[in-house]
Design a protein around this ligand. Structure first.
Ligand code: COA
Length: 249
């Protein structure tokens, strides 16, 4: 497992924590593989009743841009990359998942939240999906989930423009359940996970299944369409230019 992802278990709660603070928790392929492995472990472990996803001062600055450059040079399909195992694992995760966000949550740092059952944001939280700025397209099934969460017009604006939004706006958009002081974020997630972990697990799992079932096919179709479009965009000359601009800042 990558040192940049810390997977831990305490009682009925499992936690996945981004731990690459020097790069604002930008996510590498090894980190996606570790995240996917953590999800599998938490899913299979009967003692785990809920999962928390955390960052540090930053939640995550999204996909590592150097990783985008490396992926663009690979010949294979996007579907074979560990990011896909992580996203599909999170979308299908059968137990409650709650994320705690402080600082930046960029790109997949925002889109992964759309698969969670609740999101707690600290006052410092800043969300953005700057796909078009990088000559990319939405990922993580956000092209279907964000319109469902926020309404089509609001989703269109934030996805097409890449404009950043804060914790209160995220709550108004429906992406965040609760806003609190940064110092209280991790505790609030642990408390909410703890409350769910006390409930009868079969009823909880059946309820989560029912909540997700109406959208499962939509999410699956969005994954497929987005991965294809993302693969094309990732290998485009305009994306290469945008990645270089970031690397040479
Ligand atoms: N990929 C690779 N490295 C990243 C990164 C990313 N997505 N985000 C941040 N980093 C690195 C920076 O290059 C810098 O590394 P260095 O110290 O070796 O130069 C370090 O993390 C700290 O980032 P920095 O930009 O100095 O911090 P900041 O507070 O000024 O800005 C961000 C933070 C997140 C706003 C800015 O780094 C950023 O815009 N990152 C890119 C986000 C992005 O586009 N993600 C992909 C979305 S699809």
């Amino acid at each position: 497992m990558s040192d940049h992802i810390v997977y831990s278990k305490e009682g009925a709660l499992a936690s996945l924590r981004f731990n690459r603070p020097e790069k604002k928790n930008a996510i590498t392929m090894a980190m996606y593989a570790a995240l996917a492995a953590g999800l599998r472990d938490a899913q299979d472990d009967p003692d785990v009743r809920a999962l928390g996803i955390f960052g540090g001062e930053a939640f995550t600055a999204g996909n590592d841009i150097a990783g985008f450059i490396a992926a663009a040079s690979l010949g294979g399909a996007i579907e074979d990359l560990p990011v896909v195992a992580f996203l599909r694992g999170l979308a299908a995760f059968p137990k409650p998942v709650i994320a705690g966000v402080k600082g930046v949550a960029i790109g997949i740092g925002t889109t992964l939240l759309m698969h969670c059952d609740a999101v707690v944001a600290g006052e410092s939280a800043r969300f953005a999906m700057p796909f078009t700025k990088l000559a990319l397209v939405p990922e993580g099934a956000s092209s279907v989930l964000f319109p469902l969460i926020a309404g089509r017009m609001r989703a269109s604006w934030y996805i097409l423009s890449g404009e950043q939004f804060d914790a209160v706006t995220a709550r108004e958009l429906g992406l965040v359940t609760k806003v609190c002081a940064d110092a209280d974020v991790d505790g609030a997630v642990a408390m909410m996970c703890g409350a769910l972990a006390e409930l009868p697990p079969k009823a909880l799992a059946a309820s989560k299944r029912l909540l997700k079932a109406p959208f499962a096919q939509l999410v699956d179709a969005a994954f497929a369409a987005e991965f294809e479009a993302f693969g094309t965009a990732l290998r485009s000359s305009e994306a290469a230019e945008a990645f270089m601009k970031f690397m040479q800042r």
